[in-house]
Design a protein around this ligand. Structure first.
Ligand code: PNS
Length: 166
């Protein structure tokens, strides 16, 4: 079985992520969407919330499943008998760091990175930008599934209502 991993933070999942996941699912027998649960990183959504949103968003893809991972991605790949990492490339600016990671990962274990060019309509899309635009009241409804938009709006409202640190 040809199995691939689509790793990321997915904080939250966007249409750009789903475009890459769907195209990976067309190329491989099984795709594992691996959600980084590194506790030291500050996220808007918990690992469970990010995984839950991905499960809902990927429900229509029968050969896609969602898992959490911590530590090295290559260790996750070894544990799950995965030999391909699929990454979306939005622009040349993504390439330097992605190439470095791909080469490091293939030097650590028997895994190839497959780069998939992001569809042009999503080439500017990043979870961080979606969060920033939404936090200032901008319309991000074109960039995330409707149920993610509702969760995002609710969470940003919660954060805005919290007392600020002195
Ligand atoms: O969505 P992101 O934040 O760009 O995802 C980055 C991620 C989670 C794919 C990357 O940071 C990663 O692979 N982290 C796992 C730790 C690891 O293996 N580091 C060595 C990379 S060469």
């Amino acid at each position: 079985m040809r199995r691939a991993v689509c790793p990321g933070s997915f904080d939250p999942v966007t249409h750009g992520h789903l475009d890459i996941i769907e195209r990976a699912a067309n190329l491989f027998d099984e795709v594992v969407v691996a959600v980084g649960v590194n506790a030291s990183k500050r996220r808007l959504f918990t690992a469970e919330e990010r995984m839950g949103m991905l499960e809902q968003a990927c429900a229509g893809f029968p050969n896609v499943r969602v898992a959490g991972f911590s530590g090295l991605l290559t260790t996750f790949c070894q544990e799950h008998d995965i030999h391909a990492i699929v990454k979306g490339l939005r622009a040349v600016s993504d390439f330097d760091y992605e190439l470095q990671m791909a080469q490091m990962n293939s030097s650590l274990t028997d895994v190839e990175t497959v780069f998939v060019p992001t569809s042009p309509e999503y080439s500017f899309l990043a979870s961080s930008l979606v969060k920033e635009v939404a936090s200032f009241g901008g319309d991000v409804s074109a960039f995330v599934p409707g149920f993610v938009l509702a969760r995002l709006t609710a969470r940003l409202d919660e954060v805005a209502a919290r007392p600020q640190d002195a």
